[in-house]
Write a protein that binds this ligand. Structure first.
Ligand code: CO
Length: 153
């Protein structure tokens, strides 16, 4: 495993739409393993492949219950109930702000072997699913932030 460089928001690569993952091979597994190590070191809740320079639809999330891998994720349902939560992004160091997110999200995704699964998640996990899938479409949380806040790091 290896730590990969996290792309900064100034890089145009974060504004591109990522292509689906088609091959569930060792190259993908190495990417996912590297992303997990990179995320752990950066102490974030999620990381999308474009953030390490790979324009493919792969995401990892660790909302406190271990790393979950989401390949070709699609959000199926968002709860009507929303809340205003503080959010940041490893590509936007030092920037934090309030965003409106659904409390619960139902999504489908493939695992590293290509098997589809569905999951209903809430709170931080749901927030991360929204944030990371937006990365796959070239969107950043700073686009939808309601109000930036000062947080001491
Ligand atoms: Co991010």
């Amino acid at each position: 495993m290896a730590i990969r460089n996290i792309v900064n928001k100034r890089d145009d690569i974060l504004r591109k739409v990522c292509k689906p993952v088609e091959k569930f091979d060792e190259k993908l597994w190495t990417l996912l393993d590297d992303m997990a190590e990179t995320l752990e070191k950066a102490q974030g809740a999620g990381l999308a492949a474009p953030q390490v320079g790979i324009l493919r639809r792969a995401v990892i999330i660790d909302a406190g219950e271990g790393v979950c891998e989401l390949i070709n994720p699609e959000i199926l349902e968002k709860s009507e109930e929303t809340h205003k939560v503080i959010e940041g992004c490893l590509s936007c160091p030092g920037e934090w702000g309030y965003v409106i997110r659904p409390v619960k999200v139902k999504f489908k995704a493939q695992d590293r072997h290509g098997n589809w699964y569905e999951k209903v998640v809430s709170d931080l996990f749901a927030q991360a699913v929204c944030h990371e899938t937006e990365h796959l479409d070239g969107q950043l949380f700073i686009d939808i932030v309601e109000e930036f806040v000062d947080v001491e790091e």
